[in-house]
Design a protein around this ligand. Structure first.
Ligand code: SF4
Length: 237
């Protein structure tokens, strides 16, 4: 796809979602835990789980020392509570051991690649989660890719890839640096509202003319539009 076309797509979505270009810069550990909670669930349920933790424990130190069963109870609402509670508790305790503190502000001095190396050491923390931390709490020009963004970029023809990991590598060089953050957020909203996984609402799509998806004509009359779920946990912590 030509850069000019990509730029038009980016600005179409900016217009549609009235996006902001800059992240809110929430705390690094807050973002890490919120993103971990949001794995394989909706932002709404993970936000409830996140708030339960914040209300129950005054500090992340208190959470690190809490009994596993109690943590599990607080985050049950967002699913996979067994794994998530274990991963979060173990991660916090390992961080305390490694850094002597749960203040991760020192990471701000690290280059982006070093932040990946550091945080990927922790069980249950993957590239997408670290990318969210970099983009949302450190203001780095990183473009997190999940299965939804992977699907939309391929339908539009921005990349031609088989796996999200490949899309992540390719998009890093294609999406303009300053637009990475807002484009990521807008694609998430667009995927929830219009370019859905199973029945995309192509007849309502403002990117229809740019889109290279072969099946778009077949979905042109699918108009089961509902109010989109545009709540993003990382905008609200
Ligand atoms: S035309 Fe359909 S498949 Fe293409 S981007 Fe729009 S909703 Fe997605």
């Amino acid at each position: 796809m030509k850069q000019k076309t990509l730029n038009k797509i980016i600005s179409e979505l900016e217009g549609k979602y009235n996006s902001k270009d800059k992240p809110s810069k929430s705390g690094i550990l807050d973002t890490l835990i919120a993103t971990k909670l949001s794995q394989n669930t909706t932002d709404k349920t993970s936000y409830i789980a996140y708030n339960n933790l914040k209300n129950k424990y005054k500090t992340w130190d208190a959470l690190a020392n809490a009994p596993l069963n109690e943590i599990k109870k607080q985050i049950k609402v967002c699913g996979m509570a067994d794994t998530k509670s274990k991963d979060i508790k173990n991660m916090l305790n390992r961080m305390k051991k490694n850094y002597g503190t749960l203040n991760l502000d020192f990471l701000k001095k690290y280059k982006t690649e070093k932040v990946y190396d550091e945080l990927l050491e922790y069980k249950g923390i993957g590239v997408k989660t670290v990318s969210c931390v970099l983009a949302f709490s450190m203001g780095r020009e990183v473009f997190p890719v999940d299965t939804h963004i992977h699907r939309i970029l391929n339908r539009l023809g921005i990349v031609k890839t088989k796996f999200p990991e490949e899309t992540f590598d390719k998009s890093a060089n294609i999406i303009p640096g300053k637009k990475k953050f807002s484009f990521h957020r807008n694609l998430i909203k667009f995927g929830r509202e219009i370019c859905k996984a199973n029945r995309p609402l192509c007849g309502l799509c403002n990117l229809y003319d740019y889109c290279e998806f072969n099946g778009k004509e077949n979905f042109y009359n699918t108009k089961a539009a509902k109010k989109g779920n545009n709540f993003l946990i990382l905008d609200n912590i």
